[in-house]
Design a protein around this ligand. Structure first.
Ligand code: A2R
Length: 320
């Protein structure tokens, strides 16, 4: 297998190239000023696999005539043109499941931080404000007694819901299709879910259908005591509407790990005291990112050794 050339466009977790080198010829590549892959035509012809954290577009795929498989880092694979890959019989894999627990843990931490203002309280302490007789104000919100709406109840959403159960909150959900295996109340539309709950957690993928679906209308349905949490994709949120809703008391607070145009976080959000903001780190621990990196490499090894990917995305032409 040592002569199989694997392209690594752009940056990826260090463990990926380190492990790939043990099994394949590694071809790192940047991009030119026009965004095209910076590799010569002869090398491009030899590339049979890609390991990527980010973008592989249609032009990239067209420029790699021998490519068989694209192994994408992360569970969301919106950076890869999966449709175009499928039309050329190119397999695409992602790294599901190995990050479920980490992302779900982060979602719960973010929810508690948002409801109880722990990051602000810590900053208040560090700034020397805690003095005899001077205490941090009581938090306006509590998690106790809340009704949480899950927007998305897939692999990660179900882990979030499982963690919410011991908090004794009511749980409901909206997805496109009802899951017969869960007992939570199902709402056929996001609007109905938002109107029924006081806490909305988004954990849906970036697709054409999820673009800015959390808009002014949904936030208004969530209501003035509402808390909105997003650990899916910033793509799903109309950030201008969210900023206005947080500013004007249309909802109460928000906790965000993801943003529309990362790493650019709008000043309007940075200015808000009722928003808890994290730099897209939900899966960002050493053990979980190592497991994701391993799965990127193991998918390539499995493809070239067994002819089968371990975790192909649903749109891919080859099933595991
Ligand atoms: O709609 P369904 O029945 O396919 O349920 C999926 C839901 N979902 C949607 N719900 C409402 N409207 C939509 N247009 C829509 N599109 C998808 O999102 C399912 O409950 C959930 C996705 O679950 P999984 O595919 O298992 O993804 P996982 O591993 O939970 O990750 C979710 C996303 C990733 O795509 C990354 O963007 C992010 O979390 O890290």
């Amino acid at each position: 297998m040592s002569r199989i050339a694997i392209l690594v466009p752009g940056k990826i977790h260090d463990r990926v190239p380190a492990r790939l080198q043990e099994h394949f010829e590694l071809v790192p590549a940047g991009r030119d000023a026009n965004g095209r892959l910076a590799i010569d035509a002869e090398t491009a012809k030899r590339i049979r696999g890609v390991a990527v954290s980010g973008t592989v577009n249609a032009a990239d795929i067209d420029g790699l005539p021998a490519v068989e498989v694209i192994s994408s880092f992360g569970v969301g694979y919106d950076g890869v043109d999966v449709k175009h890959a499928a039309s050329k019989n190119v397999v695409v894999t992602n790294t599901p499941d190995v990050l479920n627990d980490e992302v779900a843990d982060t979602a719960l931490a973010l929810l508690l931080n948002t409801a109880r203002e722990f990051p602000r309280a810590e900053n208040w302490l560090r700034d020397g404000n805690w003095k005899p007789g001077v205490n941090y104000p009581l938090s306006r919100f509590s998690l106790k007694g809340r009704h949480v709406g899950m927007f998305g109840l897939g692999r990660i959403g179900q882990e979030i819901a499982a963690r919410l159960e011991p908090f004794k909150v009511k749980i409901s959900y909206h997805t496109r299709s009802r899951n017969p295996d869960v007992a939570y109340d199902y709402y056929p539309s996001l609007k109905e879910l938002a109107a029924a709950v006081d806490t909305l957690i988004a954990i849906v993928p970036k697709t054409p259908q999820t673009h800015k679906v959390v808009d002014a209308d949904i936030l208004s349905a969530l209501g003035s005591d509402g808390i909105f949490i997003n650990v899916g994709r910033g793509w799903s949120v109309d950030e201008d509407a969210l900023i206005a809703a947080l500013k004007n008391g249309v909802i109460g607070a928000a906790g965000l790990d993801v943003f529309y145009d990362e790493p650019n976080v709008p000043a309007g959000l940075l200015d808000l005291p009722n928003a808890v903001l994290l730099p897209h780190l939900a899966s960002g621990s050493v053990p979980t990112r190592n497991a994701m990196a391993d799965l990127v490499v193991d998918n390539l090894i499995s493809w070239f050794q067994q002819g089968k990917p371990l975790t192909p995305v649903p749109e891919t032409p080859v099933k595991a």
